[in-house]
Structures are given as structure tokens and as C-alpha cells.
Write a protein of this length. Structure first.
Length: 90
């Protein structure tokens, strides 16, 4: 990942302001090459994970495993961990 201070990219400054909710598309010869998406630190982490090929591979393996092995109910997880059953809602 590359980080660039906004002050170093003066042409973007008017379009990328705190509180902005509009994405900015960067183009070259009329073709979109990048998008600047307004975000906070938490959203940035989620965004970076969502486009990370290694993380996507982990998710795909987990999904395939769920498909082949099935899911465990919360009661089964509690049983395997030696935890008491949960109380049904009153």
C-alpha cells in the first residue's frame, strides 16, 4: 500500500475534504485507473482487507470448508468447549 500526503497532490485537495462522502475517480486518457473513497481508519482497514488476495483466499477456503463439513450450532460449540447450555429467553 502506498500512502501520499494530500498536500503533495494539490490538484486533489479541493475534491477530498473532511466530511466528504463522494468518491473521486482518477482517470488517464478517459479511462478510470483509481478511485479515492472517503473513509475513516476502521473503514480503511475493512476496505484493504476486502481487496487483499490473501484474505480473499482465506475466506474462500473457510467457505469451502463450511460447504463440505457443515456448520456447528452454538449448542454444539458450547458442548465441545465444555460450557453450560444457554438459558432460553424468558
Amino acid at each position: 500500500m502506498t500512502t501520499i500526503e494530500l498536500s503533495e497532490v494539490s490538484a486533489l485537495a479541493p475534491h477530498v475534504q473532511p466530511g466528504s462522502h463522494e468518491p473521486v475517480l482518477l482517470t488517464r486518457n478517459g479511462q478510470t485507473i483509481a478511485t479515492i473513497v472517503p473513509t475513516d481508519e476502521h473503514e480503511a482497514e475493512s476496505l484493504l482487507l476486502s481487496i487483499n488476495p490473501q484474505f480473499q483466499a482465506i475466506l474462500a477456503r473457510a467457505e469451502a470448508r463450511l460447504e463440505s463439513e457443515g456448520r456447528l450450532s452454538s449448542a454444539e460449540v458450547r458442548r465441545r468447549l465444555g460450557l453450560p447450555p444457554t438459558e432460553p429467553p424468558a
